[in-house]
Design a protein around this ligand. Structure first.
Ligand code: BES
Ligand code: MN
Ligand code: ZN
Length: 480
């Protein structure tokens, strides 16, 4: 889908040839002398369009516009969340109409935030998953023209927002694919396809290479499945080689059955989304390929299935991680931290400026924060503040969670250096404390628990593409 941003006045918008013209009406609109203005003036006077955000009036073949459909939507004061709900309401009415070309016109001056939410709402509202349908119904919208009089000053925000939604859609695609259509091998191929870009390099390691590296913890998870593991190393080179990269580590469990500590059957299908962290790394690289910023980024994806066969790892087994620390696997369903810890050790070789891991790590994080904010764990306050700010800019929010050492007490065991689970209480935090052991004194590190934000359940089941926006904004603000 193509986005364009133009500065046109209402008189020219009226002549725009498109299937639907959506006018976002802001409170206090000052009508000019053009035909659309006088239409708006009349209907406001008659009280036919309440100023409540999301209320709309649809007109068919009005004399005022070249477009056959004119939708007037109230967006209240024009702040980003009202723009989002206005566009959602307009798209709901257009859904069945096979709209190919839409123009969305702001009557007020959009801010960076409200322009971004318009781009995001247009992309989200028209997204369609097709890969495993026999009669695919792809998105019909091909072109979205955004119109506002301050277009010139919003150009860089617009370009960034458009590149981010492209990355979000890459993340959605891979996360939405069922586990038999998104195996570790297929994720490796997707990463290699990204490396067709001149600034991107990719290397995919298999079981032999991973064994040689001594990733005993990652291998313990993978051994319960016949599907071979992959360790994906993506590199984006936009700056001098001497510049320390930021490393992103994405959890790539393509299906999490829980292993021998098997999960209940209800909603187990949703564990195909357990590679959403990996999908977000692929999405970020797709965005970097478009924006070509002068930064260096490494993406690491430890990917395997968490299944159970005769060779599967058992509760109580002790394994040796790449760091040398031994781990007692008390619960095979706490597998995310087991694949991530070896990737975090591997990250050391890049002498990173910072490392961020992204993982659908704990049900406890869903209990704590629901599906609004991702959990963010970081002992470095400057880095934490940067991640919070990036989330706000991208409208992809996170929340700073604690990392007091007391939360890690429960990971102590008599039989290894550390256990992979503590008690139920504070489960998202003890998971983060486990990961922290593999990063301390090595590099600044943050962990994003996206268990509640990576996908939606219920009728609207599907991946969200989060936190691609947050990560891209963080990289762009801190890479230069
Ligand atoms: N992938 C799950 C976490 C998860 C569960 C994400 C539900 C989203 C929704 C993870 O591997 C897991 O199973 N975690 C366990 C940890 C527990 C055994 C300490 C959990 O959260 O129950
Ligand atoms: Mn699990
Ligand atoms: Zn998992």
């Amino acid at each position: 889908m193509n986005f364009e941003l133009h500065a046109l006045d209402l008189a020219s918008v009226a002549n725009e040839k498109c299937d639907a013209l959506v006018l976002l009406l802001t409170d206090g609109f000052k009508p000019g002398k053009d035909k659309i203005s006088s239409l708006i003036a009349q209907l406001t006077k008659a009280g036919d369009l309440p100023s409540k955000p999301g209320r709309l009036l649809s007109l068919y073949r009005p004399v005022q516009t070249a477009a056959p459909r004119l939708i007037l939507v109230s967006v209240g004061d024009g702040i980003s969340k009202h723009v989002r709900s206005g566009i959602q309401a307009a798209l709901a009415g257009l859904k069945t109409l096979a709209t190919k070309h839409i123009a969305v016109c702001f009557t007020g001056l959009p801010t960076d935030a409200s322009l971004r939410s318009a781009v995001q709402a247009l992309a989200d509202g028209t997204y369609s998953y097709t890969t495993t349908k026999s009669k695919p119904e792809p998105r019909t919208l091909q072109k979205a023209l955004l119109v506002c009089s301050n277009a010139a000053s919003l150009k860089s925000t617009f370009d960034r927002a458009v590149a981010i939604v492209a990355g979000v859609e890459v993340a959605k695609e891979w996360a939405n694919r069922p586990a038999n259509h998104a195996t570790p091998t297929l994720l490796g191929k997707a990463a290699q396809a990204l490396a067709r870009h001149p600034k991107i390099h990719c290397e995919v390691l298999g079981p032999k290479e991973v064994a040689k590296l001594g990733m005993g913890s990652f291998m313990a998870v993978a051994q319960g499945s016949d599907e071979p593991l992959r360790f994906i190393v993506l590199q984006y080179h936009g700056a001098a080689k001497s510049k320390a990269p930021t490393v992103l580590v994405g959890k790539g469990i393509t299906f999490d059955s829980g292993g021998i500590s098997i999960k209940p059957a209800a909603e187990m299908d949703e564990m195909k989304f357990d590679m959403s962290g990996a999908a977000s790394v692929l999405g970020v690289f797709a965005t970097l390929a478009k924006l070509k910023p002068s930064i260096n980024v490494v993406g690491l994806i430890p990917s395997c299935e968490n299944l159970l066969n005769g060779r599967a790892v058992k509760p109580g087994d002790v394994v040796t991680s790449m760091s040398g620390q031994t781990i007692e696997i008390l619960n095979t369903d706490a597998e995310g931290r087991l694949v991530l810890c070896d990737a975090l050790t591997y990250a050391e070789r890049f002498k990173p400026a910072a490392v961020v891991d992204i993982a659908t790590l704990t049900g406890a994080c869903v209990v704590a924060l629901g599906n609004v904010r991702s959990g963010m764990f970081c002992a470095d306050d400057a880095m934490a503040d940067a991640l919070i700010a990036a989330g706000e800019t991208a409208q992809d929010l996170c929340w700073h969670m604690p990392l007091d050492d007391e939360y890690g007490e429960g990971l102590k065991t008599h039989f290894a250096d550390v256990a992979n689970v503590a008690g139920r209480a504070g489960g998202a935090i003890s998971a983060a404390k486990f990961l922290q052991r593999f990063t301390e004194k090595k590099y600044p590190w943050a962990h994003l628990d996206i268990a509640g934000t990576a996908w939606k359940s219920g009728a609207a089941k599907g991946a969200t593409g989060r936190p691609v926006g947050l990560l891209v904004e963080y990289l762009l603000a801190h890479g230069t």
